[in-house]
Design a protein around this ligand. Structure first.
Ligand code: GRF
Length: 192
């Protein structure tokens, strides 16, 4: 799993993996900075690594280093969950379609780094959460799961995001379970 922030989605998946019946487990957690969420990996005894974006001259050089670090773990699936960086095409091509992302909006509505803020600014009555296969676009990959979340009149970006996240976490846990038990075929998920 790759994160940049608090890692609430990461923690939810780590907790789901505690159930012996859950058909997946997290092998490593990576971050593009000293993310607070790395503390969850520490607490659950999961190895972690950091490839600081700021240490590289280019997105491509960072991406190549991140890809090498990810591939060391030979993951069956890479989950972006709050990674606030666009992966260079070389990295996406190497990992997709076994590369998924969670997004706090009802894609294709409000793609990009500020999906929650954009939904509020648009005056949307509802937004949502989505889990997609990552492609070389920005949140444009095949949708694996999504669910609507109401926008309340007094919502702030924070309150709305905090209401979206539990939905995101539930969708992520369900999608990872489906990929692990074969009920979700990623190969067919790629856009034609
Ligand atoms: C999530 O809503 C994710 O979809 C978005 O940023 C948030 C990360 O939250 N990209 P957390 O770090 O999992 O708490």
């Amino acid at each position: 799993m790759l994160i940049s922030g608090g890692g609430s989605n990461l923690r939810a998946l780590l907790e789901a993996c505690r159930d012996a019946e859950y058909p997946a487990h997290v092998v490593a957690v990576g971050a593009d900075r000293a993310a607070d969420g790395l503390a969850h990996a520490e607490e659950f005894g999961i190895p972690s690594f950091t490839v600081p974006f700021s240490s590289f001259d280019s997105r491509e050089a960072w991406g190549d280093e991140l890809l090498a670090a990810v591939q060391q773990w030979q993951p069956d699936l890479v989950v972006l969950s709050g990674l606030m960086r666009l992966l260079p095409p070389r990295v996406v091509d190497a990992l997709a379609p076994r590369l998924i992302n969670t997004h706090p909006a009802y894609l294709p509505e409000f793609p990009g780094a500020h999906g929650v803020r954009d939904a509020l600014a648009a005056g949307a009555a509802q937004t949502g959460a989505s889990v997609i296969v990552v492609d070389t676009g920005v949140d444009t990959g095949p949708i694996l799961a999504q669910e609507r979340v109401a926008v309340l009149p007094d919502d702030t970006e924070h309150s709305l995001h905090e209401r979206i996240k539990p939905v995101e976490r539930r969708l992520l846990i369900d999608v990872v379970r489906g990929i692990a038990d074969g009920s979700i075929e990623l190969g067919t998920a790629s856009t034609p």
